[in-house]
Design a protein around this ligand. Structure first.
Ligand code: FAD
Length: 202
């Protein structure tokens, strides 16, 4: 039998970081809470990936944008989690859950048990294949959802100054990435099905 916790947050994104802060505000005890994340780093402000992270000068880098900048600017660094007795199980994908036994099975084969499970697995970027087109793994094709995607995009931008890029998607992220590419001296064409950019204020 593997590790056991009272509370397990499955997913280590924005929601997990803010939830961890709230757990500590409400007095969770050391060793009661853990976060399991497929990503190799502590929860961070994902919105930074299409903004400060892509800037050519003085770009945002961890630990500067760990959550929770929206909560009194308190930065939940890996040290913060240690100090608050919250276990971070990083680089770990959960591949199945047994909700009757209250256990999770990781891709590495560990069984982790919980009393309460909070599922915060977020979203993912659509791949080209989901539009019936092959090639999402091809050279120079990027997605933008996590830190690894953003780091790859930065490398490609730095290697392509003066070149051309096509951005698929005319929502906030597409607009922000297009702006960042232009700031990095890359000519941009945007492709989207709507007659206009799709940045709505709800
Ligand atoms: C580039 C970009 C820019 C954005 N900008 C803005 C913005 O300006 N304003 C705004 O309001 N929102 C913005 N968003 C959206 C915002 O980031 C999301 O709404 C937010 O991240 C959702 O938080 P979450 O915790 O629910 O999910 P996520 O932050 O997606 O976190 C999910 C986590 O779960 C992990 N996970 C998933 N499945 C498993 C599994 N099986 N096992 C282990 N771990 C797993 C993932 O690896 C990830 O760490 C942006 C998103 C992106 C990608």
């Amino acid at each position: 039998m593997g590790r056991a916790f009272v509370y397990v947050i499955l997913g280590g994104g924005v929601a997990a970081g803010y939830a961890a802060l709230e757990f500590t505000n409400r007095g969770v005890s050391h060793g009661e809470l853990c976060i399991i994340s497929e990503e190799p780093v502590a929860p961070y402000e994902r919105p930074a990936l299409s903004k400060g992270f892509l800037l050519p000068e003085d770009p945002a880098r961890l630990p500067a944008f760990h959550t929770c900048v929206g909560a009194n600017e308190e930065k939940l660094t890996p040290t913060w989690y240690i100090e608050h007795g919250i276990e971070l199980i990083l680089g770990t994908r959960v591949k199945s859950a047994d909700v009757r036994r209250k256990t999770l099975l990781t891709a590495a084969g560990e069984t982790i048990s919980y009393k309460f499970l909070i599922i915060a697995t977020g979203a993912r970027a659509l791949k080209l294949e989901e539009f019936g087109v092959n090639g999402s793994d091809a050279e120079n094709v990027c997605h933008l959802r996590d830190l690894a995607d953003a780091a790859r995009l930065v490398d490609l931008m730095q290697a392509s100054t003066g070149g051309k890029a096509v951005v698929i998607g005319g929502g906030y992220i597409g607009m922000e990435v297009a702006a960042s590419l232009v700031i990095n001296n890359i000519n941009v064409s945007m492709v989207f099905p709507e007659p206009h950019c799709n940045c709505k204020f709800l």
